[in-house]
Design a protein around this ligand. Structure first.
Ligand SMILES: Nc1ncnc2c1ncn2[C@@H]1O[C@H](COP(=O)(O)OP(=O)(O)OP(=O)(O)O)[C@@H](O)[C@H]1O
Ligand SMILES: [Mg+2]
Length: 311
């Protein structure tokens, strides 16, 4: 057992997802009003969804972030609290508007419109040594969207390591397609790297997935690659591991599967479980969320994961 108050700390890309669904959701300008068949309004944000899943799996999680003094901000703090996340480091800032993404979903495809607002409001000033020392592990997510932190991300990882934390990184997609931001300097500071397959290719600068995996596995102690319906792969030293998944139930929107996967993997890893078991827990968590609407409603609880029960 750790004497620290938190198992992990994460910086929050606070936003809500407004998900509008129909066979045809293409907007028509010229003031045309179109009706849509259904909608959902959910907490979004990769790191927020991650934090909720980690807390539901029994980890003590602190999320550092900002929300506006508005209904969307309250939706986020209420959802995180209900999941068991410690929200003491979330600041309500009336000068900010809580971030929002409108997802226009038709069939298997979607288009997104995002107003970042509070999503990118965390800065280096929020990342104190006291905060880092309060946790065993730092999970760094949404690297490119958290623009307030991006100039300092290597410094933050370096400080976390120097203060004795373990670290993980899920960059997620880079909307500006830059991808680098000093990655070569950061990789030695990362214990667990959690890209999806396309992200691995971009991060490594290699031409294909095989070359990307070969490149990255030599640079981090543990590489875990998410592959959607094809499950996941991992490499640790000379060991390589494969995990297949059964297809998720129909009707899901895929939002949050990767983030819940990350939380499942780290729940196993921080408990000292072997990599194949961590991969299996991760895929269970990802699959459950992939088959549902929004990122958090279908997240699994600790009691549902056999491998996480005390022996
Ligand atoms: N349709 C599906 N059926 C079963 N499992 C799935 C499905 N989609 C995702 N998963 C599970 O969730 C994991 C993570 O999903 P995915 O590969 O889409 O991550 P990602 O691209 O990082 O997602 P995100 O868009 O949330 O960032 C997969 O490795 C798999 O285990
Ligand atoms: Mg992802």
């Amino acid at each position: 057992m750790s004497s620290k108050p938190f198992d992990l700390v994460v910086f929050g890309d606070t936003c809500v997802d407004l998900i509008l669904k129909d066979a045809d959701v293409a907007p028509q300008f010229g003031q045309v009003e179109k009706l849509v068949a259904d909608y959902d309004l959910e907490m979004g944000g990769s790191c927020c969804i991650f934090a909720a899943q980690a807390a539901k799996l029994g980890l003590k999680v602190a999320l550092v972030g900002y929300v506006g003094d508005d209904a969307f901000g309250r939706l986020i703090t209420d959802t995180l609290s209900a999941a068991g996340v410690d929200t003491r480091y979330i600041v309500v800032d009336s000068s900010l508007r809580t971030g929002v993404t409108a997802h226009l979903v038709q069939g298997d495809d979607r288009a997104m419109l995002t107003h970042p607002g509070s999503l990118s409001a965390v800065t280096i000033d929020d990342v104190t040594d006291d905060l880092l020392l309060s946790a065993r592990h730092l999970h760094y997510g949404s690297l490119y969207l958290q623009t307030g932190l991006l100039p300092h991300w290597i410094d933050i990882l370096g400080r976390a390591k120097a203060l004795g934390l373990t670290t993980s990184l899920d960059t997620n997609w880079d909307p500006n397609q830059v991808w680098d931001h000093g990655l070569a300097q950061a990789l030695p500071l990362i214990d667990v790297l959690l890209p999806n397959e396309q992200e691995a290719i971009h991060l490594s600068g290699q031409a294909d997935a095989g070359a990307a995996f070969a490149h990255l596995r030599r640079r981090v102690p543990l590489l875990v690659v998410k592959r959607d319906l094809a499950g996941a792969l991992a490499w640790q030293g000379d060991g390589s591991f494969v995990q297949a998944v059964l297809p998720a139930v129909e009707g899901g929107d895929g939002i949050g599967a990767g983030d819940s996967f990350d939380a499942g993997f780290l729940a196993g890893w921080l408990s000292g479980l072997p990599v194949p078991t961590c991969l299996s827990i991760a895929c269970e968590c990802g699959r459950a969320v992939a088959g549902a609407v929004g990122g958090t409603a279908a997240q699994l609880r600790l009691s549902q994961i056999v491998d996480l029960q005390p022996v």
